[in-house]
Ligand binder design. Structure first.
Ligand SMILES: Cc1cc2nc3c(=O)[nH]c(=O)nc-3n(C[C@H](O)[C@H](O)[C@H](O)COP(=O)(O)O)c2cc1C
Length: 159
């Protein structure tokens, strides 16, 4: 089976979690759709500001490649920004072709909260016609480990 993991990361915590989940997905061939803010802090903030204002011109080419047709499962991993994931999440869900009817998993990373943002992700994915088969929140104030992500990955793998 094939899975696409679409994640957004500014500080690396969501990427680390996505990769730990992927390592446990032994029944799947894993591909990534990473939206990674890179560079100096100020450059990351500028890009984040563009994305939050729905300017995705910097990743337009990548967004145009999004197609769920070749995958059995789509996994979305996002940080928590208030009660929502970043705007990039909505953009990815809106842009991914052939998504209706697919199986999906949503997870997010957070420092203090995260529950409402995860619910938001689930609702958006279901509104797009996909079925959320599993979900998880990874909440740690400081260092985010891999243990729980691997457990979650194994759980997905057995479904
Ligand atoms: C603009 C902004 C808003 C955030 N809002 C929240 C929040 O409401 N609740 C929370 O628990 N963490 C919040 N965080 C922390 C991130 O969600 C958390 O550190 C996440 O794991 C970062 O993922 P990343 O390292 O992949 O970018 C916020 C971070 C940023 C930059």
């Amino acid at each position: 089976m094939k899975t696409l993991i679409a994640y957004f990361t500014m500080g690396g915590r969501t990427k680390k979690t996505a990769e730990a989940i992927a390592n446990a997905l032994t029944n799947y061939e894993v591909s990534y759709f990473p939206v990674e803010l890179t560079g100096k802090f100020v450059e990351k903030i500028k890009m984040l500001d563009k994305f939050e204002n729905k300017d995705f011109s910097a990743i337009e080419t990548e967004l145009n490649t999004l197609d769920a047709a070749n995958y059995d499962l789509i996994i979305f991993g996002m940080p928590t920004y208030g009660n929502k994931p970043p705007q990039a999440f909505d953009e990815i869900v809106a842009r991914i072709r052939n998504f209706s009817g697919k199986r999906a998993v949503v997870f997010n990373t957070a420092r203090f909260t995260g529950g409402k943002a995860l619910d938001y992700m689930k609702v958006k994915v279901e509104e797009a016609g996909a079925q959320v088969i599993d979900q998880s929140k990874f909440r740690k104030v400081f260092w985010i480990g891999e243990k729980n992500a691997i457990i979650f990955g194994k759980q997905i793998n057995e479904r």
